[in-house]
Unconditional design. Structure first.
Length: 71
């Protein structure tokens, strides 16, 4: 029951700190007792070049309106 209580405390702590959305995943790759947190910029953005700040010109495609503004 201790693991369940620990998980509940973790979730309650996040909610009490103002986190409005929380996705919890378990992993064998993370050391037991450790947690990792990822900031979410939008619903589909975690881990993307936009979220990591590693966007490059070849990753970015102009929309037609943006292309017209460059001319």
């Amino acid at each position: 029951m201790s693991e369940i209580d620990d998980m509940i405390k973790l979730i309650e702590g996040q909610m009490n700190s103002g986190v409005s959305r929380l996705k919890v995943q378990t992993s064998d790759e993370v050391e037991e007792g450790k947690t990792e947190k990822a900031y979410h910029h939008g619903r589909c953005d975690v881990g993307s070049p936009w979220a990591k700040g590693t966007i490059s010109n070849c990753d970015y495609i102009d929309t037609p309106a943006e292309a017209d503004n460059k001319q």
